[in-house]
Design a protein around this ligand. Structure first.
Ligand SMILES: C[S@@+](CC[C@H](N)C(=O)[O-])C[C@H]1O[C@@H](n2cnc3c(N)ncnc32)[C@H](O)[C@@H]1O
Length: 257
């Protein structure tokens, strides 16, 4: 976890703006991580709109943003502002010079103006952050982007996320790209191509075929973590009847997300 995670988490408070609601949940709610097993968690913050939770500080969200945080350096373009968690954790890193957060929703940007998260980041790191109202599929940078960190989706897996990210990257030309749910996407493409071991070699071959400069593959224990995320979150979202070697349909049926 980021060394600044607790400090940043403490800056949120329940509030409403337009259709957006920031809530604080109760105590000792059992929640699974992205790769780690379920554990009781208290005072989780979430960002909701209508019946959807767009972002939260549940273990699954915190863990699944962490690789992007670890890869962040130089100029980082964050697509999808949400709670501003990813943008904030990137900004507080010394290696990060600037963060451009691209968000399509004017009401959410107004919520952030009222929340003042970035103004209160440790060390004045919020001065590195620029929020731009724009569409992730059409925004173009005015200077080089070292990392594109994309997170504009509601479900953690589904749809054609690789095609989405290719469209973004065609405009951005980032040196490296990380997108939310990347591990699940790599896994389903890998298995559909007949690479069912999901080890480092399968992952490298699959990423090469995807044609995106994906970051994070050197994260410690990447293949093992990818496997754990698959077991906990892939559900029925495979591209074919094929499954990874040794895959056991577990967890999903007894534990809703
Ligand atoms: C899952 S949240 C992002 C959470 C964020 N990573 C965080 O750390 O808080 C997705 C965000 O993407 C925004 N969004 C959805 N589609 C978009 C688009 N086409 N362009 C820009 N932002 C978009 C949503 O309004 C929402 O704020």
């Amino acid at each position: 976890m980021s060394p600044h995670a607790d400090a940043v988490a403490s800056l949120y408070r329940p509030m409403k703006r337009g259709g957006w609601i920031v809530r604080r949940w109760g105590k000792d709610i059992p929640l699974r991580g992205y790769w780690s097993p379920a554990r009781p968690v208290s005072d989780v913050i979430s960002l909701d709109r209508d019946r959807d939770t767009w972002m939260s500080l549940m273990p699954v969200e915190v863990e699944s943003q962490q690789i992007a945080v670890d890869c962040a350096a130089g100029h980082v373009a964050v697509f999808g502002l949400g709670l501003g968690w990813l943008a904030a954790l990137c900004a507080v890193k010394d290696e990060v010079e600037s963060v451009t957060a691209v968000e399509c929703d004017a009401e959410l940007i107004a919520l952030h103006a009222e929340l003042g998260l970035f103004e209160r980041l440790p060390g004045g790191a919020g001065a590195k952050v620029t929020i731009v109202q724009g569409d992730a599929f059409s925004w173009r940078p005015d200077r080089a982007v070292d990392l594109l960190a994309a997170d504009i989706w509601l479900p953690i897996v589904g749809g054609d996320r690789v095609a989405d990210v290719r469209r973004m990257q065609a405009n951005v030309g980032a040196a490296r790209v990380y997108f939310w749910g990347q591990e699940l996407e790599i896994a389903r493409h890998s298995v559909a191509a007949g690479r069912r071991r999901l080890d480092d070699g399968d992952i490298a071959d699959t990423v090469r075929a995807l044609g995106l400069p994906l970051a994070g593959l050197d994260f410690p224990g990447y293949a093992e973590r990818l496997g754990s995320a698959v077991d906990q979150w892939m559900g029925e979202n495979w591209f074919s009847e094929l499954r990874p070697e040794g895959f056991v349909e577990a967890f999903q049926s007894s534990f809703g997300s």
